[in-house]
Design a protein around this ligand. Sequence first.
Ligand code: GDP
Length: 444
Amino acid sequence: MVLDDLGSSLRGSLEKLRGQSRLSEEDVEEIVKEIQRALIQADVDISLVQELSDDIKARALEEEPPAGTTARDHILRIVYEELVELVGDSTEIPLEPQTIVLAGLQGSGKTTTAAKMAWWFSKKGLRPAVIQTDTFRPGAYDQAKQMTERAEVDFYGDPDEDDPVEIAREGLERTQDADVRIVDTSGRSGLNEELVDELEEIEAEVDPDHNLLVLDAAIGQGAKDQAKAFGDAVGIDGVAITKLDGTAKGGGALAAVDQTNSTIAFLGTGEEVQDIERFEPSGFISRLLGMGDLKQLTERVERAMEETGAEDDDWDPEDLMDGEFTLHDMRKQMNAMNKMGPLDQVMDMIPGLGGGLMDQLPDDAMDVTQDRMRNFEVVMDAMTEDELRNPRSVGKSQVERIARGSGQGEETVRELLEQHKMMARMLKQFQGMGDGDMQRMMKQ
Ligand code: GDP
């Protein structure tokens, strides 16, 4: 997806700084060049790119790295902060009852986004409903109906009514049981008077808490003009950028939206109802930079737990950041990961495990297959509480006892201890990656 290239190219340059405590002017030049190249490819406005480069250069050379940080952490933090500023804040969308109107040009992805957002709210424990008032585009009703069925959320529309305002009125009546009402509207090929009138009337009827503009990422820097035009005409308080999966231009849309002083609420990354992300500037940029995204990971863990109903396994990745990593933690973590799907994707989202670090590990390092998992669990059952809490203290005679007790070979016991040691080491590496700042920015 957009700016993907930035993470990988930047990681290469950053790797070269490993072990260095100071940045030379050439180091900074090289990194800034990589960033410029990636941003320009992603269609970010050239003057913005220049401004960003100047800021990064100045800060990297002038600011004194906090004691104990490496040159790599220092520049990474500056790049991260500047990029977060470039993409701007996230639209505030509280998890509470509310009404949201979606506006945008035809084909921008409104209907899809309405269903996706409803799905997203439902996963957050709210009861959403989609009200489809698009009477202009043939097929909008059927599409919305099908997508909301897939998202398993309430839906109201009326294929026989051609007055959108009437549908909105009736829809609000009929969806009173819902907490979050998402009103989809019709678009036009351009922002004409007819569309502005229609949106104004719907707004007067609905009195929404939020008016979100839906923009197709492929328009790149054109997002700026569209956001401005809609903002001036009907007022918007946030933007959803769609189709980020299909374009390299998304960087333009992200930055352009920020330039109009609008904020981004959601990102659409595919055609399915689940292909939506809440826009979190810090998470978005840390993922780009290969630093993982704790928030996304937490959401995935929560979802995996919900789907399997395994609440007692409730594992919070942030727990891993504090304190000792015990075999209890490892068990929970492996259980959770088994439910979360492709391990490499999950690992990519864990700060410090993405990118370079993974490449240094043997291929099977994280390959905790179901079978291996089961054997490990049997072994753990044969261990004392003391041993589980402090696996490093397990000596030769204990290994023999545990092997006998579990009916597993000593080899499996040793493998488990090795696996634990390796995971603990990786976490340590992350914990020591920077100072408190690194953790703070992950948690923002
Ligand atoms: P509307 O006219 O604004 O309601 O637009 P639609 O919701 O009908 O979307 C137009 C087309 O874009 C449809 O074919 C959607 O499947 C597709 N679409 C919408 N959002 C996304 C997205 O995030 N990624 C991809 N790949 N396609 C999308």
